[in-house]
Design a protein around this ligand. Structure first.
Ligand code: C5P
Length: 408
């Protein structure tokens, strides 16, 4: 499967807005993620930024209206859109939105957009008065009804110094929307609902202190993003983590293992797969003090008790209902990795378990890379080399596709 942006031809339309400076960053980020980006600037955009900026960050020729009237113009306007997997207009000014809504093609960008058979994503950027104006709203409605994907705008500070609706989304957010749109086109998990848990749980000791662990949530979030790239509907149940929500995921924040259990049991009822990447606390204080414990009260004696085992509860539910159809767990171990993972797979009735050795400095909690072994119910263990957490996510999803096809 790989990164969904890799090898994609993206036509980046840039129209006149101060947000043009962010478009250069967007072009750069898309290029770094493997997309081939061709920029088309309107005449108004050129007041803010030059074609050279885009050529420099994308390594591709950038086009302007001079190219429309040049000797290859007639081929250009049809060819640019036809070669593309996606057209992204960011920033999209009120003027460009109005033109596209009404089929006015008096510049290279609107011409290429009209001629292109590929999907179109528009990231509006304008003064909030212009954005909320009935004319712009009507134009956006027309585009939405025609299947155009509108990303944003956001609320926030405008170039005028005023605050309102009309700020272009940040480049990373636009990329999230691009991935969601591309995934919906031809993803292998299109029409599937995946529930992913991520991050550590946190069990209260008193009003301010908790028992938690060092899980960053990175692996689970990478799985959620990779599933969105493959067109899945994703519910992401997140413990303690500060990571941004992948665009398109439905996020449920929880603290304790009990809260995670409730959220999992509610969401797996129609789920095709559950991927339990969360580091769930195995113990919690038997009683959580509602006040803050103070030193004057002496050193507290904290009596621990077991938290619910979520995967065991899911196995019980699945035996009755058949859902979720596929269940994948993780085993983070510091010794006897394979043997313990095999036992967990059997005890928790999993379809696969992802074992990772947390003693390695380049794997496990907090790192960007992971070393995993995938074990199946026959006991077969497949060892993989050091990979990024994104690559691991992709690999896990590659394993899910045939499991889902085979599942009853
Ligand atoms: O903590 P442990 O190594 O047992 O975790 C193995 C798997 O079980 C993981 O997928 C984890 O998310 C899950 N788990 C659970 N409920 C717990 C503890 C762990 O579902 N209380």
């Amino acid at each position: 499967m790989g990164n969904i942006l890799s090898g994609k031809q993206i036509l980046l339309g840039v129209s006149g807005s101060i947000a043009c400076y962010k478009a250069a960053d967007l072009a750069s980020k898309l290029t770094q993620q493997g997309a081939s980006v061709t920029a088309v600037l309107t005449t108004a955009a050129r007041q803010f930024i030059t074609p050279l900026t885009f050529q420099s960050v994308t390594g591709q020729r950038a086009f302007t209206d001079e190219d429309l009237w040049g000797s290859e113009g007639h081929i250009q306007h049809i060819g640019l859109g036809h070669q593309s997997d996606l057209i992204v207009i960011a920033p999209a000014s009120a003027n460009t939105i109005a033109k596209i809504a009404h089929g006015i093609c008096d510049n290279l960008l609107t011409l290429a957009s009209l001629a292109a058979p590929c999907p179109l994503l528009i990231a509006p950027a304008m003064d909030s008065g212009m954005y909320t104006h009935a004319a712009t709203q009507a134009n956006i409605k027309i585009l939405r009804e025609r299947g155009v994907y509108i990303a944003g705008p956001a609320m926030g500070r405008m170039a005028s110094g005023l605050s309102g609706f009309g700020r272009m989304l940040e480049p990373t957010e636009i990329i999230g929307h691009i991935r969601l749109l591309l995934g919906r086109q031809a993803g292998k998990l299109s029409g599937r609902h995946l529930v992913v848990t991520a991050g550590g749980t946190s069990e209260p000791i008193d009003a301010v202190r908790t028992i938690t662990n060092r899980s960053s949530g990175k692996q689970g979030f990478a799985i959620a993003q990779a599933a969105i790239d493959q067109g899945a509907e994703v519910t992401l149940i997140a413990g303690v983590t500060h990571l941004p929500t992948p665009i398109g995921a439905k996020r449920i924040d929880v603290n304790t293992a009990q809260e995670m259990l409730t959220a999992v049991l509610e969401t797996v009822q129609d789920a095709d797969a559950l991927i339990m990447a969360a580091a769930v606390a195995d113990y919690r204080p038997e009683t959580a003090v509602t006040e803050k414990l103070s030193k004057e009260q002496g050193i507290p004696q904290i009596q621990l008790t077991l938290t619910p085992d979520i995967l065991s509860a899911v196995a019980h539910y699945r035996a009755q209902s058949g859902y979720p159809r596929v269940v994948i767990g993780f085993a983070a171990e510091s010794s006897d990795l394979i043997e313990r993972a095999r036992q967990k797979l059997a005890r928790k009735k999993l379809d696969l378990i992802i074992a990772n050795d947390i003693t390695a400095t380049d794997a496990g909690f907090g790192t960007d890379t992971n070393r995993i072994t995938i074990i199946d119910p026959t006991g077969n263990a497949q060892v993989f080399p050091l990979m990024t957490k994104e690559e691991v996510a992709d690999l896990i999803l590659q394993k899910i596709v045939p499991l889902l096809e085979a599942a009853p």
